[in-house]
Design a protein around this ligand. Structure first.
Ligand code: AMP
Length: 286
């Protein structure tokens, strides 16, 4: 039986600290699932994992303006709080932390947390600009300090983001365990994303070609093809009606391009379908 009661919704940092204090004092484990809302079964899978592993599960919902490189994307980002609260209740998570923008970034706010190096400069960093990951690392640092979880859960759908956050935690000694969970897809292969709700039926059909291109790359690698250029050329031919930003074959830990495929490699794609920018990735095994 799924729960139908509403989770406790907290809007301020003070109230969050107060709500978490008894759990922390009791030495119990706090799990955090950071999200930007418009929740779907991908987010739900992170909550389920947190529920299984932690005593208290916090889901944060905050559309972080600092990680958007385009004002139009921020403005069009779906916001569905009532439905989100129901999904969180069904998952049996304990608390929703949904602060207003000025609770996170009050007047006079001046801090920024930046990583340097290839992890933030390649792929999404190169295409959306370095400010994207600076926005991510700033807000995630704040959420970690506000909530001080024992474990935080992220999705492999945003593989680069998960690597960036793992480095952030190492570099700044946050002492938080980072768990990265598998990508949840619709039955036709489309990776679940809050942005999918903005696709028209025909755009949704075109969006499927992203996963198809990853699957072609996977088949070629499994069949023994080792040359990245050959694989990328074959994989990108199935893309149809989308504007490709990148299709890259990279080392799954460093995200550096590989010159020959003799071990697992990450295939990562970003493309615009109409007005909607989508990303996806798959680990390919030789
Ligand atoms: P977002 O709300 O898009 O910022 O995502 C919040 C978290 O959910 C991030 O760690 C994402 O990687 C993760 N996530 C988003 N979509 C999926 C998916 N289809 N499968 C698994 N995790 C996902």
């Amino acid at each position: 039986m799924e729960q139908t009661n509403r989770p406790t919704v907290i809007r301020t940092v003070d109230a969050l600290r107060e709500a978490l204090a008894p759990t922390r004092r009791a030495g119990q484990r706090i799990g955090l699932v950071p999200t930007m809302g418009a929740l779907h079964q991908g987010h739900r899978s992170l909550m389920d994992r947190a529920r299984a592993e932690c005593d208290l599960v916090v889901v944060s919902i905050f559309v972080n303006p600092r990680q958007f490189d385009r004002a139009s994307d921020l403005q069009a980002y779906p916001r569905t709080e009532e439905a989100d609260l129901q999904l969180v209740a069904d998952a049996g998570a304990d608390l929703v932390f949904a602060p207003a923008t000025d609770e996170v970034y009050p007047a006079g706010f001046g801090a920024e947390v930046r990583l340097r190096g290839p992890l933030v400069e390649t792929l999404e960093g190169a295409h959306r600009g370095s400010g994207h990951f600076h926005g991510v690392t700033t807000v995630v640092s704040k959420l970690f300090n506000m909530c001080r979880p024992d474990v935080a859960y992220f999705g492999r759908k945003d593989a680069q983001q998960a690597l960036v956050i793992a480095q952030l935690v190492r570099d700044l000694d946050f002492g938080i365990r980072i768990e990265t969970c598998p990508t949840i897809r619709d039955p036709d292969g489309l990776a679940l994303s809050s942005r999918n709700s903005r696709l028209s039926p025909s755009e949704r059909q075109r969006a499927l070609t992203l996963k198809q291109s990853l699957d072609i790359a996977a088949e070629l690698v499994a069949g023994g093809t080792t040359d990245p250029e050959t694989i990328i050329a074959a994989a990108t031919t199935v893309l149809s009606g989308v504007s490709l930003e990148y299709f890259a074959l990279v080392d799954p830990r460093t995200l550096e391009p590989v010159s020959s495929i003799d071990r697992p490699v990450l295939a990562a794609i970003a493309a615009e379908v109409g007005e909607v920018r989508l990303i996806d990735n798959l680990t390919l095994l030789p």
